[in-house]
Every structure is written in C-alpha cells, then in structure tokens.
Design a protein around this ligand. Structure first.
Ligand code: PBG
Length: 320
C-alpha cells in the first residue's frame, strides 16, 4: 500500500473539470418523478410549492410548465369531491384522478403518468383500507385497491403505484390488470413504506390524516430493515416491476440493502417532510435550499436508487 506523499487524493479534487471526471453519482432529470395533487379546488401553497393543489383546469397548465422545462414523469394524487367508508372517489370511473388522467393523456402523449393507488385520501376515516371493527381489514381492502388500479389504467395511467401496504395487493392488482388487458402496465410497488413522521405536510395537502389511530398496523416499523427486504422480495414474487423505499433520507441504509439484494429497478420517495425541513431552514436563512436539495438527492442516488419521487423535481430544470 503506497501512501502519502505518493498518494494524494486531493489531486483529482483541485479543479471543477477534474472533479467532474471522477464523479461517481450524477443527477439526471430523466430519473425524477414530480408528485402532483389534483383536487376539486385549487389551493396555492406559498411556503411549500410542491404541496399546492391543482383543480382539473389548472393541472394541465402546471403539467405544461413542467413538461416544457424537461420533466418526464409525474405522479398523481387525488383529493376527492366527497369521502366515504368505501373510498368511492378512489375507484369510480368519474373520480378526480381518472378525470385528470383523461385530460392529461391526450395532451401529453410522451409524459409518463404514474398514479398513487391508495384509499387514504378517499376514505372518511383517512385509513388506507376498509375499516371493520376499528381495524383496517386487509382482504376487503384488496378489492377496492384492485378497482382503483384498473380504473387508473383504463383512464390512461402508464404505471400504477400501490402505497397502501396491504398484504397481497401486488398479486391482486397484477391479476386484475392482466384480466382487463393491461398486461403491459407496470406496477411500481411502495414495497417498504414506513410508518413515518415525515409524511406530515403531505397529509395536509392530500387531506388524509387518519381520524383515529395511526398507520402502524400496516406500514413498516422504522426500526426494521430485514422486514423491508422481505416486503420487497414478496412484492417482486407477486409481480412488482419496480420497488420503492419510502421515506428516503432517514432510510438510506434500507435503499442500499435493497439495491444489493435485488436487481429490479429501485425507487425512493423523498417525502414531504424531507422537503419541508429544508424549505423551512432555507427560509430561516440557515442553509441554501438548492445546495441542500441537490446534496440530499445525490445521497439518495448514491445509496442506490434508480429513480426518485421528489417535490424538488419542479426546481431541477433550473438547478441542474
Ligand atoms: C398514501 C401516501 C402517503 C404518501 C404518499 N402516498 C401518505 C401516508 O401514507 O400517510 C406520503 C408522501 C409524502 O409525505 O410526501 N397514499
């Protein structure tokens, strides 16, 4: 082993072009997904612009801005006109996401349209499944999740992304998509979705805070990594085309472990709380938003994510 003074790692750090030559991780807009909220009424959000809501009229304008700046993929979340026990707004043909898809699909043929498949924004109690005797009933929830996924595919979704954490949902969705002739529609499964405190701003934007209890009966315990790998393995066996870890920054070890264990495309969700913390600190003058955001996103890629869902996607065209 040669060492100093023969070895000097600073030689390749001296100038920007030298550093560029040896950079191991790069960010490309091609691998980012912008989450978008569609709701009956638009709601600006000056403090967290990534968490604004668009109505069906404003949504295509926002998508036009993003697409013309170079964004290639968006993920749609819906806030329905009405919420009920059966999450009707999630799966009905005239639901808000289904309408949004029908508006966007013909106007943006090249744009990748992903949809979040979950019931929490649509149930009166805010849980991700059907509640029976105060508990989220796994198998009863599957039927509604399946209907939701098929209705998204029918309305023009390119990729469906179940985020509910019910057991068996990937297999159920795969089977139904195939039955309805959508055998080419991929499933990006939120395989390892943790019961996290970092979803706070999202729940505000999506109006999906549970009315009672919490999501620990179905989302993963933040203390567990082996269990996350079991979730990924099972989802892949059930037919998931890609798997996702969520949140991202507090779970970089889970991203790395999944990267090493599986060959499938790996996504990470840089969630609302991760975004909001940096925004708040930047507003207080404590750090630079662009630098902190790019460093965060680079860390998520370095840990092993192929694609990243992030509210910063809308800023990346200007930053990269
Ligand atoms: C559930 C869903 C959630 C997020 C994405 N899909 C919230 C939850 O499980 O409470 C969180 C995303 C974020 O915080 O940015 N449909």
């Amino acid at each position: 082993m040669s060492s100093f003074p023969v070895t000097r790692l600073r030689r390749f750090r001296r100038t920007a072009p030298l550093r560029d030559l040896v950079r191991e991780t790069r960010l490309s807009l091609d691998q980012f997904v912008m989450p978008l909220f569609v709701a009956p009424e638009a709601l600006a959000n000056e403090e967290l612009p990534g968490m604004a809501r668009f109505d069906l009229h404003g949504l295509p304008h926002e998508v036009e801005r993003l697409a013309s700046a170079g964004v290639r993929a968006v993920m749609l979340f819906g806030v329905p006109w009405e919420k009920d026990e059966d999450a009707t707004g999630a799966w009905q043909d005239t639901g808000i996401v289904q309408n949004a898809l029908r508006t966007l699909r013909p106007r943006f043929p090249e744009l990748v349209l992903l949809t979040d498949v979950c019931l929490c924004e649509y149930t009166s109690h805010g849980h991700c499944g059907v509640v029976v005797d105060g508990e989220v009933d796994n198998d009863r929830s599957l039927e509604l999740l399946v209907r939701t996924a098929v209705s998204h595919a029918e309305a023009g979704a390119d990729v469906v992304a179940p985020s509910d954490m019910m057991d068996g949902r990937v297999a159920a969705i795969r089977e139904a998509l195939d039955d309805y002739g959508f055998e080419t529609t991929p499933i990006l499964s939120y395989s390892a979705k943790y019961a996290s405190a970092f979803y706070g701003p999202f729940r505000e934007a999506a109006d999906s805070t549970p009315a009672f209890g919490d999501r620990r009966g179905y989302q993963l315990d933040p203390a567990n990594v082996r269990e996350a790998l079991r979730e990924c393995k099972i989802d892949l066996a059930e037919g998931a085309d890609a798997i996702m870890i969520k949140p991202a920054l507090p779970y970089l070890d889970v991203i790395r472990a999944a990267r090493e264990a599986f060959q499938a495309p790996l996504a990470a969700y840089n969630v609302s709380g991760e975004y909001a913390m940096v925004k708040a600190a930047a507003r207080a003058g404590w750090l630079d938003e662009r630098d902190a955001a790019l460093e965060s996103l680079t860390a998520i890629k370095r840990a092993g994510a192929d694609l990243i869902v992030s509210y910063w996607t809308r800023d990346l065209p200007a930053w990269l």
